[in-house]
Ligand binder design. Sequence first.
Ligand SMILES: NC(=O)c1ccc[n+]([C@@H]2O[C@H](COP(=O)([O-])OP(=O)(O)OC[C@H]3O[C@@H](n4cnc5c(N)ncnc54)[C@H](OP(=O)(O)O)[C@@H]3O)[C@@H](O)[C@H]2O)c1
Length: 258
Amino acid sequence: MDLGIKGKTALITASSGGMGRNIAHALAAEGVNVVLFARSADKLQAVTEEIEAQHGVEAIAVPGNMLVRDDVERLAATLRQNGGGPDIVVLNTARPPNPIRATLEENDEARWKEAYENQLWGTIQVVTHVIPLMLDRGWGRIIAITSASVKQPMPHHSLSTVFRAGVTAYMKHLSNEVGASGITVNCVAPALIDTSHRSDGAAYSAEQTAARKKLTPLGRLGTQQETTGVVTFLASMQAGFVNGATIPVEGGMVGSLL
Ligand SMILES: NC(=O)c1ccc[n+]([C@@H]2O[C@H](COP(=O)([O-])OP(=O)(O)OC[C@H]3O[C@@H](n4cnc5c(N)ncnc54)[C@H](OP(=O)(O)O)[C@@H]3O)[C@@H](O)[C@H]2O)c1
């Protein structure tokens, strides 16, 4: 199927590795030029080189931190200089602080601050500086990566769930405000996605992984491709009437009807 996004430009934040990198590859495979943003300049440069070599699109690396205003302003300036602005923005972020803990044990102010900044504030800062560049383009897609915990809180995840819920609410407001500019805003809410490809090791221990597999009727973890496929669909022309939604990618873990 032609997704109708060949030649468009996508910004993917937090894309020097993990899911962000995989999303960049998936969009590039559809002919989308990509702008990558993360802190590690060397890793980011390597990802842009592999994307250009594998997919024949333009890939630009902008090293920077979502939490540093000057870096995000520099990102916006780069996007403005390269075609006026992005057509597609995928708001991926760092993982929440580890290890996860029971709610009453979650009493460390520094961890709450880190979770707030990484999940919610970084997202808001990028939106504030980048989305105005999209408003007069007549078409756009904004996709935030959240977590299925916004649909069904997972044990010991309050530190994450509180701010993922905040991102979900923020994106809903944004969808109401930018829809008239032809821009859709949606969230992809993963859980139980395999992270064993990470260079610094999987996000979950073997014991945690075994427990997680039992949380879905499918009895396995999801693959990175099963997440990037949903993100790519939401970025497509065909997804034009999906707006203000949260699409779970969690193998049926969430127990509710809707
Ligand atoms: N796997 C799952 O089942 C699952 C479920 C729910 C939600 N998620 C969420 O999906 C997201 C991606 O997960 P992942 O496993 O791909 O994480 P990851 O492998 O740890 O990758 C995180 C990325 O974020 C970048 N980053 C971190 N802090 C940043 C900052 N301040 N500014 C810019 N970039 C920053 C990192 O690059 P640099 O270090 O170079 O900056 C890296 O590229 C996370 O938010 C995770 O919580 C995953």
